[in-house]
Design a protein around this ligand. Structure first.
Ligand code: P6P
Length: 342
């Protein structure tokens, strides 16, 4: 019987980053080294999440973060691991974390040219239930002569040089995209301790009858939002079928499914959360870059391109609709029609 051909030409994340660097003649290697530090933080966080139940790391830390969310023990550990990895990389000047009230300025890295924004463990409220959580991150290149000031990171998502997220599920998945580039998915091989390229050039299906939103907020939705979701659930065309509902409540998990299967994910601003719930810098913008680079769209609750939004504060929030190109276009059209008939 013919022996199954073993793939020996394995593309690890390390190899992928090295090959990416060779495409940029002016590259100094700083970005590559920063990404290796990011890679190490994902591996460390994945290790502790996988062992959380075994070493009593589930449950609350007895503290709250700056935006009022109760911190899980793993929130604190994940943040500490991430901060240490960025600090010791020597290539990160500024770090914004959901778990830190202020932007961290690494004075020990005065010549570093990158700012990193992150949610170290997004979806942590689901941890005890074994639901997939993840890390969301974005990388900005600071302007020449950066003074290392917090205001320097109040940038639109169009300025991101890279973004992505990990999802710590059955295996750790990493989704990474770079400015103007494709979206590539990597799967952690625990035996090798390496992220392996398993989903090259991920492309969103142009449309898919799946919607992902917390229906428990529908009482607070503005009229155009309610009309949009009703149009999915109660289609006017006799032949049309209702959309399927899928909502996990962990952004990285809902985003990963939407990226693979298509459809739309939404966390609209509403009467309860007029500015929305998800944060612009380290949740909405990095995800919007991934979805746009995969052929989709991402807009806020005013139907503005998510990547064009400039936050006024590092923890500013926004409503978001992101997903398949045609599904987001349908949101935009529904809102336009609602405004006309208002
Ligand atoms: P809700 C998790 O707390 C999170 O920040 C995102 O990961 C997720 O999409 C959203 O909030 C879920 O919020 O109100 O539906 O529980």
């Amino acid at each position: 019987m013919a022996q199954e051909k073993i793939n020996t030409d394995i593309v690890t994340l390390t190899r992928f980053l090295t090959e990416e660097q060779t495409k940029h003649k002016e590259a100094t290697g700083d970005f590559t080294l920063l990404c290796h530090a990011l890679q190490f933080s994902f591996k460390s966080i994945a290790y502790y999440i996988r062992r959380a139940t075994l070493i009593n790391l589930t449950g609350l830390a007895g503290s709250s973060n700056t935006t009022g969310d109760e911190q899980k023990k793993l929130d604190v550990i994940g943040n500490d691991l991430f901060v240490a990895a960025m600090r010791t990389s020597g290539k990160c000047r500024l770090l914004v974390s959901e778990e830190e009230e202020h932007c961290i300025v690494f004075d020990e890295n005065p010549k570093a040219r990158y700012a990193v924004v992150c949610d170290p463990i997004d979806g942590s409220s689901n941890l005890d239930a074994g639901v997939s959580v993840g890390t969301i991150f974005g990388i900005f290149r600071l302007a020449e002569g950066s003074q290392g000031k917090q205001e320097e990171v109040l940038l639109p998502g169009t300025e991101l040089v890279a973004s992505g997220f990990t999802m710590y599920g059955a295996s750790a998945q990493l989704v990474l995209t770079m400015k103007g580039g494709s979206v590539n998915g990597f799967t952690m091989d625990n035996a090798l301790g390496e992220f392996i390229l398993t989903h090259p050039d991920m492309r969103l299906p142009k449309s898919r009858a799946i919607y992902s939103v917390n229906e428990g907020n529908s009482l607070y939705w503005e009229k155009p939002v309610k009309e949009y979701f009703d149009s999915l659930k109660y289609p006017l065309e006799a032949s049309a079928k209702p959309y399927s509902a899928r909502y996990i409540g962990s952004m990285v998990a809902d985003a990963y499914r939407t990226l693979l299967y298509g459809g739309i994910f939404a966390y609209p601003a509403d009467k309860k959360s007029p500015k929305g719930k998800l944060r612009i810098l380290y949740e909405c913008a990095p995800m919007a870059m991934v979805f746009e680079n995969a052929g989709g769209q991402a807009v806020n609750s005013r139907m503005e391109r998510m990547l064009s939004i400039v936050p006024e504060h590092i923890h500013d929030r926004s409503g978001i609709f992101m997903g398949s190109y045609d599904e987001v276009q349908r949101v935009i059209e529904t809102h336009k029609n609602a405004l006309k008939s208002a």
